[in-house]
Ligand binder design. Structure first.
Ligand code: SIN
Ligand code: FE2
Length: 214
């Protein structure tokens, strides 16, 4: 009977490092609340394409919620409290977001995770995110919690140097990746998205990453 239970597991979690894990389908029970919350956020602070300090327009569109939001322009990458397009504070982080972030962090071994920043990324077919480290936060004590919705993507997870080999992990609707501790500064990115429409979200992938930034 015990061996049967193994096969009944719908999806296997995947360990990416001593302090990094993919929690398969962890966000599914939160889904209807998440969709409503995302609509409310993007109605106030719509998705937009930002420019990197090097002058390139990102292929991923983004917005934020929470007391701090990640932005980029010609002057650099940083967290700010107001949406530069509307001049208003970023939308408040919905309760379902904080609950999901904290539940996922606890599940991955990080108790009492209280994010103050949520970056919401929208990928369309062809969108990609080149290898980078998340290092605009004030300290690296807290984990990153990253939720995937919609079309699947190939997530790259590398080492502490840009040139280190990467593993390529397919992420599906509902998967949550958590990385912290000794894995907190590992390079990661997303390969160009293929057009494989999702029943709920169509030809897009929404990702949101929770951080304690300030
Ligand atoms: C990010 O690194 O900010 C996003 C990762 C992802 O879209 O899965
Ligand atoms: Fe990142």
């Amino acid at each position: 009977m015990r061996t049967l239970e193994l096969f009944e597991t719908p999806a296997q979690n995947l360990r990416l490092g001593p302090s990094a894990i993919v929690l398969r389908e962890f966000a599914l029970p939160y889904m209807s609340e998440l969709m409503t919350a995302i609509e409310a956020i993007t109605a106030v602070s719509p998705f937009r394409y930002m420019v990197t300090p090097g002058g390139f327009t990102m292929s991923v569109a983004l917005t934020n919620c929470g007391s701090l939001g990640w932005t980029t322009d010609r002057r650099g990458y940083r967290y700010i409290s107001h949406d530069p397009d509307t001049g208003k504070p970023w939308p408040v982080m919905p309760e379902v977001f904080t609950r999901l972030a904290s539940d996922a962090a606890t599940n991955a071994g990080y108790d009492n995770f209280e994010p103050d920043a949520c970056l919401v990324n929208r990928y369309l077919p062809g969108s990609r995110l080149s290898l980078h480290q998340d290092k605009n936060e004030r300290d690296y004590e807290h984990p990153i919690v990253s939720v995937s919705l919609g079309m699947r993507a190939k997530f790259q997870f590398g080492g502490h140097a840009r040139t280190d080999p990467t593993v390529k992990v397919p992420l599906h609707h509902g998967d949550v990746v958590v990385w912290g501790g000794t894995d907190r500064l590992r390079y990661h990115g997303v390969m160009p998205l293929q057009d494989d429409p999702h029943p709920l979200l169509g030809s897009q992938r929404i990702n949101f990453t929770f951080r304690k930034a300030g």
